[in-house]
Write a protein that binds this ligand. Structure first.
Ligand SMILES: [Zn+2]
Length: 320
């Protein structure tokens, strides 16, 4: 169901995989309404219904913004674009061409997810190329009535990642750049998937977020994360801890399983919040230790801990 984050700003539950409170989209209401995140293809209908409940007809949605083009965030873009024919679809310039031709994106996701691609996410229908907009850093989106959103480039989780600031309420929609915290599944944890996770970029992005002094930080997985300065500091500390643990593990044995075991040892539990095994399993499916280990391994294997040895695939990587 819809949850009010601020005046005219709603969090919608995409019900990814049929689960509650795992994956979110967001609606900013106004003369020119904007949807941030479409969720995956398989649950695009859920998002359409939520928009209808908020009173949006097919001609009403002006803009869609994707924080990045991983399939759980943007996989439904083709369906939403078809249902709302006037909407433009904005994303990071590094993601734009893959919205118009998702062939490589979907092929890469299929290789990583296997059967889960068709049970959990779905694939991706192209967005007409003339409706795709590559959003530069700082791009502002006019909602009408003096309300503006601002795109803040925030690579690290993926190089095609951006966050969306609602300038009116100070709410910062951070996609996956701060990490993942699913209610009932323990504390915030980093999300460091293949193919282009980069620690230094991720840290720089967290500091950019702190510098805009958001009133709230909202995760796509899932919801408001708590006091922004503490959340951002906690995210940075955890990320540094994971990267250090992965580096130490690789120095012992350069092997994915070994790195994954090292991360499992770090999967701290917050005793203040009861952990439900079913919810933990969902996190493992969405942003699992093995996927995070693979992303960290990729980062560590690049020369100088981050500079790509060769141009890496522009689609960026499908996980998380
Ligand atoms: Zn992601």
């Amino acid at each position: 169901m819809e949850h009010r984050l601020a005046e005219g700003l709603w969090q919608l539950d995409t019900r990814l995989g049929g689960f509650d409170a795992v994956n979110a989209s967001f609606l900013v209401e106004g003369e020119r309404p904007c949807l941030v995140e479409t969720g995956p293809q398989l649950t695009a209908g859920v998002v359409r219904q939520a928009l209808a409940r908020r009173g949006l007809g097919p001609q009403d949605l002006a803009t869609v913004v994707l924080t990045h083009i991983h399939l759980d965030h943007g996989g439904g873009a083709g369906e939403i674009a078809a249902a709302f024919p006037r909407a433009r679809v904005l994303c990071h310039p590094r993601g734009a061409r893959h919205l118009a031709d998702p062939t490589r994106l979907v092929a890469a996701a299929a290789a990583v997810y296997g059967p889960a691609l068709d049970t959990l996410y779905g694939r991706m229908t192209p967005v007409p190329a003339d409706r795709v907009v590559a959003a530069p850093d700082g791009q502002r989106i006019d909602i009408g009535g003096g309300r503006w959103l601002r795109c803040i480039h925030s690579p690290g989780h993926a190089k095609h990642h951006l966050a969306v600031l609602d300038e009116r309420s100070g709410t910062l929609l951070v996609g996956d750049a701060v990490g993942v915290r699913i209610p009932g599944a323990g504390p915030l944890r980093p999300s460091t998937p293949p193919d282009d996770f980069d620690r230094d970029q991720a840290i720089a992005s967290l500091r950019r977020f702190a510098a805009v002094h958001p009133t709230q930080v909202v995760l796509s997985h899932f919801g408001p994360a708590g006091d922004p300065p503490s959340v951002l500091a906690d995210a940075e500390e955890q990320l540094m801890g994971w990267c250090a643990a992965a580096a130490a593990a690789v120095a012992e044995v350069d092997d994915l399983d070994h790195v994954a075991r090292a991360l499992e040892g770090l999967a701290s539990r917050d005793d203040r919040e009861p952990v439900e095994p079913d919810r933990e399993r969902i996190v493992e499916m969405m942003s699992g230790v093995r996927s995070n280990a693979a992303g960290l391994l990729g980062w560590l294997r690049r020369p100088a801990g981050g500079a790509p040895a060769a141009p890496s695939p522009a689609w960026g990587g499908p996980v998380g």
